[in-house]
Design a protein around this ligand. Structure first.
Ligand SMILES: [Zn+2]
Length: 67
């Protein structure tokens, strides 16, 4: 089992990546839950699980309004 961390290059959300090299996985791709950019593509040779660990700061959704 291989563990590593990765982060989205676009919104900087943090992810934990766990790869089970002993078993086959599913072909496909993993997209960022926040901004939908493709973080990784899988060829199905190993079983990869990716979980969101750090949500990005949503600064763009909280504009500063003058009172
Ligand atoms: Zn993202």
């Amino acid at each position: 089992m291989k563990k590593s961390d990765l982060s989205c290059p676009v919104c900087h959300a943090g992810y934990r990546r766990i790869e089970l090299t002993s078993r086959p996985g599913i072909k496909g791709e993993y997209r960022c839950l926040m901004c939908d950019v493709v973080l990784e593509t899988f060829d199905g040779s190993t079983n990869v699980a990716i979980r969101l660990t750090v949500q990005p700061e949503k600064t763009f959704e909280t504009p500063i309004k003058p009172v």
